[in-house]
Design a protein around this ligand. Structure first.
Ligand code: ZN
Length: 347
């Protein structure tokens, strides 16, 4: 009996130790599990995080918006979306106010949520950058929407690499063991965009003076990369309201005076407005994909495909008007001197 009691006592201690051991062992697992879901606040950063995750798959990379949302300025989360945020431990956002719905929505998220801001440290353009003032001052300079940063950094392939670097860094903080994996995926992303970046550089070197009107500031960073100037938007900066008759008349004057070359719209803009300006002023109007919409299962190179189509479209719209710069001279090999130079003798 005594032996049995002792056995149970010993067993209980062993079981307790075992329980504690399991708890300790399971703690890191719980930490990893807690970060398992990586919720993305807009489609481009979802594409980026998904690409980085591929092959390691520690995270369940989820999209908070609908894949048909487009530019999420007007997105409003459903109660179901908000419910998902209450359980979210890690979130990736484009930042710069693109996902303005997060200001309120994040209030329901756990207070210790990790937010990875893909725009961190990226130099931005003001929303009113390069615009001709066709409306006159609408608000004091410090509250003018023209002074706010333009959030459409994701449409510049060059900046997509910087955004990916920020996301890779955030994912590495959550999953330090995956540091090498995220670094190699980032390098693969950069490599996959190399020929596109070359073509953008070539476009910039062979095209001069093309001026645009766009539907909203969606392509400012891409336009800057390609040497195109955006002089006005269809809607006043900071709004996506259809242009008034008065604004259309002002845009018409601007198109004539500044010799605007084309009107470029995002897929959510009303194509009829572009069409009517295009017909009236005899300039092309086209829709450029913003890589903000797609399916839940796009191919891995979806972003590169979209940007390739965009760059090809811009090449078709605008003829090269400058000779390409001559290729840089190849460095000549230093003449080989078979006879080594002897040091001078000092006697
Ligand atoms: Zn937008």
């Amino acid at each position: 009996m005594f032996r049995l009691k002792k056995y149970f006592k010993t067993s209980l201690i062993t079981f307790r130790n075992l329980f504690v051991a399991i708890l300790i062992i399971s703690l890191p697992c719980q930490a990893a599990l807690a970060a398992e879901t990586l919720v993305c606040a807009s489609y481009p950063v979802w594409l980026f995080a998904r690409y980085l995750n591929e092959g390691r798959d520690l995270f369940e990379v989820e999209l908070l918006t609908n894949p048909a949302t487009g530019c999420p300025h007007e997105f409003s989360p459903t109660p179901k979306d908000l419910n998902r945020l209450t359980k979210t431990k890690a979130l990736v956002k484009n930042g710069l106010g693109l996902e303005s719905y997060l200001d309120l929505a994040l209030k329901v998220a756990p207070p210790d949520i990790t937010v990875i801001d893909a725009s961190a440290g990226i130099p931005t353009l003001a929303a009113g950058w390069g615009r001709v003032d066709i409306d006159g001052p609408q608000a004091p300079a410090d509250r003018s929407p023209a002074m706010a940063p333009n959030p459409h950094i994701f449409l510049s392939p060059k900046l997509s690499i910087a955004m990916m670097a920020n996301i890779a860094e955030g994912m590495t903080r959550l999953d330090p063991g995956g540091a090498d994996h995220y670094a190699s995926r980032l390098a693969a992303w950069e490599f996959s965009l190399a020929s596109l970046l070359d073509d953008i550089e070539r476009f910039r070197a062979t095209h001069r003076g093309f001026k645009l009107v766009t539907s909203h500031g969606f392509m400012d960073y891409l336009a800057r990369d390609m040497g195109l100037a955006v002089l006005a938007d269809l809607s006043p900066i900071g709004t996506e309201a259809p242009p008034s008759a008065q604004r259309l008349a002002r845009l018409g004057r601007l198109i004539g005076e500044e010799r605007i070359s084309a009107i470029l719209l995002d897929p959510e803009a009303d194509p009829a407005v572009g069409r009517s300006l295009s017909q009236e002023y005899k300039i092309p109007s086209a829709i450029l994909d913003t890589a903000t919409s797609g399916t839940y299962d796009p191919p891995e190179d979806y972003y590169a495909q979209i940007l390739r189509e965009d760059v090809d479209l811009l090449n078709r719209l605008f003829p090269a008007n400058v000779q390409p710069p001559p290729p840089a001279p190849k460095p000549e090999a230093a003449p080989h001197n078979p006879k080594p130079i002897e040091p001078p003798t000092l006697d």
